[in-house]
Design a protein around this ligand. Structure first.
Ligand code: GLU
Length: 436
């Protein structure tokens, strides 16, 4: 009986938690530093140190072989001070309360940096979707959607895709809510397929934002796109779009990697060819890619490979004190959320490596999510050119604001971005006043 129960319940994996540094500690540590520098009201500081609302749900799923497995799901709303909460849903074995809290807080700051009228939230289910069938993932998504429905809504909290979730996941999510509410509720999530009220340009938006920000950084540092080599860690939605767009813009992409390993070519990789390989791979991986002059490398080797610019676009805490001293890139643009530990950040700073922080660099996704939401609320849809033009405008302005603010206050870009964001959120809390 006990073993059966043990198998049925997907217990939160405490080993994963203890083996990695906690991202929530990292984000809270940054918030504390920022509060000190801004001489933030201690009450507002205390508000930001804690999420507004946390929901943990149990998600029972009938697996294909007929047995029941119970997963643990989360939706955490960090702040609704600036507007409805916004943030993705992640399916991954490392999802737990602290990870979701940290990612929710990063969403609050991200939406503030790019000045879109949202607060921050995040959700996730602790599971390994690579070991599940499409039907199992569909049933898990529908049950999870039903379980968190009491706290989400187009004026409350709007989920979106994140690691291991995509437009199809969002379609199941929106359909579940629509069925339960007895009305079409597509504005409940963003990142949907185009025929269901998704926005043109949303899929590539995070990668496009990374590329726009990279271009702005190169302009400021007096470099040309075609004289810049780039290594991209992670070849999911963000990494592959960033690599493809940077390649189109003229950069030489010398290394890319995913969970199956990486590939390197000092002369530049053929990104179009890699994309064809990934599209034909049953799991969408780089695994098995071969081409003349292309070497196989590990994920660790990618991070320290010869390149001018590094784009970490995988998971958190990939750049750590143990590998930061060996990083050869002079610039880092964070496509992932929280890819750098605080200790690594210090090492990079001492080595004069410029880091464009996640809350600015990867904000393109949520910016186009905002455009999708606006289009859904109006039932009026934009051309892709309009989406990309507005995305560009917001990313260029946000980069400029963070760059200038950081110069003015003589702080690194991460600190500048956090300070700007916290000022905005604190301002909103101040104006609203304390309810009741
Ligand atoms: N998951 C993405 C992020 O971390 C997008 C969130 C959204 O569009 O709401 O920024």
């Amino acid at each position: 009986m006990e073993t059966q129960l043990q198998e049925a319940i997907d217990w939160p994996d405490t080993e994963i938690e203890s083996s990695r540094q906690n991202l929530w500690d990292t984000v809270r540590g940054m918030l504390d530093d920022v509060a000190l520098r801004l001489e933030l009201d201690p009450g507002i500081h205390a508000i930001l140190r804690q999420p507004e609302r946390e929901l943990t749900v149990s998600v029972p799923v009938v697996m294909d072989d007929g047995h029941i497995r119970v997963f643990t799901g989360y939706r955490i709303q960090h702040s609704s001070a600036r507007g409805p909460c916004k943030g993705g849903i992640r399916y991954h074995p490392a999802v737990d309360t602290d990870e979701v809290r940290a990612l929710a807080a990063l969403m609050t700051l991200k939406c503030a940096v790019v000045d879109i009228p949202y607060g921050g939230a995040k959700g996730g289910v602790q599971c390994d979707p690579t070991q599940m069938s499409q039907d199992e993932v569909c049933r898990m998504t529908r049950r999870f959607a039903a379980m968190i429905m009491p706290i989400i809504g187009s004026r409350r909290d709007i989920p979106a895709p994140d690691v291991n979730t995509n437009a199809q996941t969002m379609a199941w999510f929106a359909d579940t809510v629509s069925m339960l509410e007895g009305k079409t509720t597509m504005d409940i999530v963003t990142g949907k397929p185009i025929p269901l009220g998704g926005s043109l340009g949303r899929k590539e938006a995070t990668g496009r934002g990374v590329a726009i920000v990279t271009h702005e950084l190169l302009k400021r540092t007096g470099r040309d796109l075609d004289q810049t080599t780039v290594a991209v860690q992670g070849y999911g939605n963000v990494g592959s779009s960033a690599a493809t767009i940077l390649d189109h813009m003229g950069c030489k992409v010398t290394a890319v990697s995913d969970v199956s390993g990486g590939v390197y070519s000092g002369n530049g990789l053929d990104i179009a060819n890699i994309n064809r390989h990934v599209a034909n791979h049953p799991k969408g991986l780089l695994e098995g890619y071969e081409a003349p002059g292309v070497e196989k490398i590990s994920n660790d080797e990618l991070l320290t490979s010869e390149a001018d610019l590094l784009v970490p676009a995988a998971l958190e805490h990939q750049i750590r004190a143990d590998n930061a001293p060996d990083i050869r890139a002079k610039m880092i643009v964070e496509g992932a959320n929280g890819p750098t530990t605080p200790a690594a950040d210090e090492i990079l700073r001492d080595r004069d490596i410029i880091v464009v922080p996640d809350i600015l660099a990867n904000a393109g996704g949520v910016v186009v999510s905002y455009f999708e939401w606006v289009q859904d609320l109006q039932f009026f849809f934009w051309e892709e050119e309009e989406v990309n033009r507005n995305l560009r405008r917001i990313m260029v302005n946000s980069f400029k604001n963070v760059w200038e603010y950081s110069r003015q206050h003589e702080v690194p870009l991460r600190m500048g971005a956090y300070m700007l964001a916290v000022e905005k959120v604190a301002g909103a809390i101040h104006y609203r006043g304390m309810f009741p």
